[in-house]
Ligand binder design. Sequence first.
Ligand code: SF4
Length: 294
Amino acid sequence: MSDTSSLISTLPLPNDADDAEGAVSSIGGPAPAAGSAINLYARPSADFDAKLADTVALLKAAAAEHPDQVVQATSLGVEDMILTDLIAKHRLPIAIGTLETGMLHAETSALIPTIESHYAAEGLKVEVYHPQAEAVIEFVRHNGDKAMYKSIDLRKGCCGIRKIEPLGRMLANRTGWITGLRREQSNNRGGMLAREQDDKGRAKFNPLIEWTWGDVWHYVQAHKVPYNPLHDQFMPSIGCAPCTRAIAVGEDFRAGRWWWEDESAKECGLHVHQPDEPVAEELPPLVSSIESKN
Ligand code: SF4
């Protein structure tokens, strides 16, 4: 594997927070207080316009190549909010789907109705996929509600039930999906490309792969994109509440995700390319046995 560490950015030093004019709050209201992510980070790359054009072109290609069979799998993070904004504004025939794991922060869950109201004119609807209740109950009964902290296998088991299995339903009968992955987010993502194939042979599009953190917040500011207010609390990567913490300046973007684990283990299985291994086999035995009962 090539060394991608040089591609990875840590949480950058803030901009001078001296120009909030035209900025919007995380819920589309008045200008944010100094310290908001927009004020701190909005700083486009020199080639931002070209990157944006490439992103739009790739979204259009995904829609054209997979008519009615492509979905944006949104984590509701700021990158995905940008993709949703582009899909809505260009009226692209791309479905929007998200995983409501049952463990999200209230601020994250609240974005689902926010998206639908913000893009009501475009008629945008969000498909919401929940975990299977029986599997969750069984897992918690056997392992407790803090199982994710006990071992990597149990953490991946929880992700398997709450994320991977519902994602499988989201992607069933679809030939393509779209993510908000960026190359600089982590070492694990450093080698990813704008176009990939997942372990089931579906097309996987990563239209923001080249975007920087400054590009992201520049777009949010310029286009008044609604976003999770937790990003204003130094949470650049937001997952489930028990598995997300704020990070400090200089820490990796994903340092606040599963922070008790080694860096190499920090993926939930949604974006790990393992062509020879079906997703079900990634799950620990307990999860597989639960799924086999359903
Ligand atoms: S991120 Fe944490 S709470 Fe969410 S599914 Fe994974 S282990 Fe469970």
